[in-house]
Design a protein around this ligand. Structure first.
Ligand code: G3D
Ligand code: MG
Length: 271
């Protein structure tokens, strides 16, 4: 049995008021905090799921990004969307125009910023609208036409909330399984390998690769890390700096979880 750990950035998109924030709040039981990070208009939550395949267990860590839906925030939206590896497009079944916007606006934007990524389409607020409604029918036929799975959900009753994330998780994992079996990904061992892993992990979670690399460079310099011959002490010091940056870009709790994991890896590595 092989064990794989993967980390994916998931973004929920759709018009304002369709229920994105409510769906995430429903799904992520251990909410880290309730506040948006006002500066970037984004909140990130973390959820781990396990997908079991023949001969393979995949631990999938989803970093779920909740971005402000308003169209006038387009700069924030596109920068938060960059690096997304999975997308949940959400519409409000009681407002049919939000269903039309999925294809005409949101899907287009995704394709412009990140290209074709695993996507699920959701018609939310089934508690208010009949499942046979025009809006639901249009959503489902759009999904069929585009080859995108669709679900009808309610953040209020919880119907299909977990399922939408699991459906996306399944597609993400299927991609991993289908990918050429790489030379077995062994857990990082030497300190240099660990440092490499941490940098990749930090960038993946930060989203904006260019900015992330600048932060990494800055923190490693400040801590006096010699990348070719790093010392554990210096790397540990740099980790504190990365955590401070993540407190702002993610949340305090995510930053703390990441910091503890990274410290453990550094301490256990072969110096
Ligand atoms: P957004 O993040 O997409 O902008 P929100 O949407 O999650 O903030 O939800 C907008 C409003 O819709 C909220 O109402 C929320 O309670 C409500 N809502 C979200 N999902 C559902 C649902 O499935 N059923 C029902 N009936 N309402 C839902 P308020 O009144 O707080 O603005
Ligand atoms: Mg919201």
């Amino acid at each position: 049995m092989e064990l794989r750990e993967i980390l994916k950035k998931i973004v929920l998109l759709g018009d304002g008021g369709v229920g994105k924030t409510s769906l995430i709040a429903r799904y992520v039981v251990n909410k880290f905090d309730d506040k948006y990070i006002a500066t970037i208009g984004t909140k990130v939550s973390k959820k781990d799921i396990q997908v079991v395949k023949p001969n393979l267990i995949v631990n999938l860590r989803m970093m779920i990004w909740d971005i402000l839906g308003q169209k006038e925030y387009s700069k924030i939206r596109t920068s938060s969307l960059s690096g997304a590896q999975g997308v949940i497009l959400v519409a409000d079944l009681s407002r049919p125009e939000t269903v039309n916007n999925l294809q005409s606006f949101w899907l287009k934007e995704v394709q412009q910023v990140v290209g074709k990524v695993p996507t699920v389409m959701v018609g939310n607020k089934t508690d208010m609208v009949d499942k046979g409604s025009m809006a639901a029918t249009i959503l489902e036929s759009t999904g069929q036409k585009l080859g995108i799975p669709t679900l009808l959900s309610s953040a209020k009753t919880g119907e299909n909330v977990e399922e939408m994330f699991l459906t996306l998780g399944d597609i993400l994992v299927a991609d991993v399984v289908a990918a050429q079996p790489r030379a077995k990904e062994k857990a990082p061992q030497t300190l240099a390998e660990v440092v490499d892993f941490i940098i990749q992990d930090f960038c993946a979670q930060y989203g904006d690769l260019e900015k992330a690399m600048l932060i990494v460079q800055h923190q490693f310099e400040d801590a006096g890390v010699d990348i070719r011959r790093p010392s554990k002490e210096a790397v540990l010091q740099a980790l504190d700096g990365l955590a401070k940056a993540e407190e702002l870009s993610l949340t305090k709790s995510v930053a703390r979880v990441n910091l503890e994991e990274r410290q453990r890896m550094v301490i256990l590595s072969k110096g």
